[in-house]
Design a protein around this ligand. Sequence first.
Ligand SMILES: [Fe+2]
Length: 294
Amino acid sequence: MTQYPVNLDVHPEVESFFDPETNTISHVVMDPNSKSCAVIDSVMDIDYAAGRITYDHSDEIIAYIRKYKLELEWLIETHVHADHLSAAPYIQSKLGGKIGIGDQITVVQETFGKVFNEGTEFQRDGSQFDQLFKDGDSYQIGEMTAFAIHTPGHTPACMVHVIGDATFVGDTLFMPDGGSARADFPGGDAGQLYDSIQKVLALPDEMRLFMCHDYGPEGRDIMWETTVAEEKAENIHVGQGKSREAFIKFREARDATLDVPHLILPSLQVNMRAGELPKTKDGKPVLKVPVNAI
Ligand SMILES: [Fe+2]
């Protein structure tokens, strides 16, 4: 197993922004020793029925970064989301920073390039992104060293990002009472997801974990922060040392009952392009609805 450069002596500040439309949590991660920050998993607003894009959620994040005069160095996508559209290019156009995702994005682009019948002008080499991370790759946010862990299973390109004592789990884990993310999208795999979750649970017990989603199970308030110790003890899908076999059986049975996410078609088309809308030959933004393809 890869040895990761964990450093619990670094304590980034984290400000989180919840999007009630998609139950997504975007995070601003700040270096306490400089003005540098990163944004993890931003959200662009869409009224899908009307084909209307707006930026209220990301404008809140931009206002926060400006208010504290922070320098945005990174816009991290933990994966190609299927339930919301990334606002990374919009935020980048206002504040700068590099957009990064896992290098297995090429697999996702290959799969969905076919689903959306994209022409040769759609590159499947990840070149829409500024940085493609491999398992164990490090990068700097001011004086903080961050690193990425490849965590396939939910999607092939999923990465968990570790920044000091704060870990951004993407869609590997949910809060302990939420369990885990589905593993039935094209390229998903419940066994791989189990193995990836074990990589997260192998981090130190006191590591803070920040979620990408929360749905407030049983009517509780929305939450997004827990620890490795709490997940190991209480996670309803993998806690208490649940076996790989039992997890796969449970996950596959449950996934078979889940509806397709409402925004999957626009999300995939935009997010596989690093948050850019697809365009017609004369440059007009347009989204496709492939029939019976998902
Ligand atoms: Fe996801």
